[in-house]
Design a binder for this molecule. Structure first.
Ligand code: LLP
Length: 463
């Protein structure tokens, strides 16, 4: 999903095998600020530090593997999004990227709203004190129980995803004697993943109601007639890890077109439009993400221009970044267990975690970078594949990268940009225990999600 795919030069090995990898950096000890959290650096001994704490100390105290999250960086990024969009727009952090009660509190303090997509995420948000009116509830198949819980809690909006759900939410709200604020999620026929930009093909997926054939207009027609619903806007989410704004441009054009049709047919100007999340981050040095202020400016201009063209009042815009806020703020700290050179191919470096703590490489062919973290080294770079400890050959964490040739068991290595969709998609495959999330700030570390124990595993196994 990353864009990095440059062949390496022949500089550091006689023969390099086929693969998608960048040439090794001139200095393997350097930490590219694009892919590392803001407070990451190296101390005088060459040990990687975050928030002023050495990873060797973190490993000793909390063990490995561990997700190490830079709280100051998380707050900075959350605030940057909030500031970029200002008071006339709303930023909903997408909790699916990574959610914990500490994260909910940080978001609350930094003035962000929260997007949840399951009863579990809703429970986490409410238990950490996020005001219900600042929560948006998503999902293509919310259960009646989840809907009832969300309505009773008073969530600010439920994003409706199908004709059946329109009726379902309306009935539940009405039976509870209330009117639920809702947005209708539509598919605009655009999907954008990084460079790919495929128009029209993507009504063929499970989310949303297609704009095509007037289905979205029909959904709005029905929703407007139901007493249990207050239709506040239209929602569109076009994809993931997007660098190019043209997909949003087409989406905004089509969503505003629908708002215009709604005004013409019903005399109603819906007050909100949500353009979803999906903004890309740097997983490797070859990725060049945009800054929140550039994104805010581009999206606001697009929507304003489209609305002027349609003679509509500009609706309140909201966005739902997940990855772009939490992704870069964390790295995974592993201990090297074995180093296995395969002649003429590459060196396999096995770590004490793997596909159970980062499924993204196996699932999406995602690209990551990696650095030796417990020391520096001047040894020649070697081409490595960082693999996990699972009984599966697809158990790859970093497919192709360079690490110093003197790497040895016991070294700590760190994989940056694992804050999003790693802990939240972690599993217990092979009954491997899920790592903790350790938040570091101003020289202090604390566990915000603890490491699983064998007791946790056995507690679920009731014999
Ligand atoms: N809003 C909606 C309606 C979404 O479906 C998503 C992501 C987001 C916001 C947040 O997108 P973000 O800004 O985090 O890209 N597991 C995949 C990503 C799945 C994203 C699903 N929806 C991965 O690891 O890349």
């Amino acid at each position: 999903m990353s864009r990095s795919a440059h062949p390496a030069g022949p500089r550091h090995a006689d023969v390099l095998p086929e693969g998608h990898y960048s040439a090794p950096a001139d200095d393997l000890n350097a930490l590219d600020p694009k892919v590392w959290a803001h407070t990451v650096g190296r101390d005088a001994d060459g040990v990687v530090t975050v928030g002023g704490i050495a990873v060797t100390q973190l490993a000793e105290e909390y063990g490995t593997p561990a997700y190490i999250l830079d709280e100051a960086d998380f707050r900075d990024r959350a605030r940057a999004w909030r500031t970029a969009f200002g008071n006339d727009a709303d930023v909903f952090y997408a909790g699916k990227a990574f959610l914990s009660r500490a994260v909910v509190r940080w978001l609350h303090e930094e003035g962000l709203n929260l997007d949840v997509c399951s009863g579990g995420e809703l429970a986490t948000a409410l238990s950490a004190g996020m005001p219900a009116e600042r929560i948006a509830f998503h999902g293509n198949n919310k259960s009646p129980e989840e809907i009832e819980r969300a309505v009773r809690a008073g969530v600010g909006r439920i994003v409706l995803d199908s004709f059946q759900e329109i009726v379902r939410v309306a009935h539940i709200a009405q039976s509870l004697g209330t009117r639920q604020r809702v947005q209708i999620r539509i598919t605009v026929g655009v999907e954008a993943h990084t460079h790919e930009f495929i128009a029209t093909a993507h009504e063929d997926q499970k989310f949303g109601i297609p704009l095509a054939d007037g289905q979205a207009a029909e959904a709005v027609r029905r929703a407007l007639q139901l007493d249990g619903l207050e239709v506040i806007g239209i929602h569109s989410h076009i994809g993931s890890q997007i660098f190019d704004m043209s997909g949003f441009e087409v989406a905004a054009h089509r969503v505003v077109g629908l708002l215009r049709d709604i005004r013409d047919e019903h005399g109603v100007e819906l007050p909100e439009i949500d353009l979803g999340g999906g903004l890309g981050i740097a997983y490797t040095s070859d990725d060049d993400p945009r800054e929140p202020h550039e994104i805010a400016k581009a999206l606001t201009e697009i929507v304003t221009r489209e609305c002027e063209g349609a003679r509509l009042r500009t609706p309140r815009i909201s966005v739902e970044p997940g990855r772009a806020i939490v992704g870069p703020t964390a790295f995974t700290l592993y201990e090297v267990g074995t180093v296995k050179p395969l002649d003429g191919l590459r060196t396999y470096v096995s770590v004490d975690g793997g596909m159970s703590d980062n499924i993204r490489t196996a699932l999406y062919d995602a690209e990551y970078s990696v650095a030796l973290a417990s020391r520096t080294s001047d040894a020649e770079p070697m081409l490595v594949r960082v693999v996990g400890k699972h009984c599966e050959s697809g158990d790859i964490v970093v497919k192709d990268a360079f690490l110093p040739g003197d790497l040895a068991p016991g070294d700590l290595i760190a994989v940056p940009a694992t804050g999003a969709y790693c802990r939240s998609m972690a599993s217990n495959y092979n009954h491997v225990l899920r790592p903790p999330v350790v938040a570091v700030r101003d020289g202090a570390a604390r566990v915000i999600v603890r490491r699983e124990t064998e007791d946790d595993l056995l507690r679920l196994d009731v014999g």
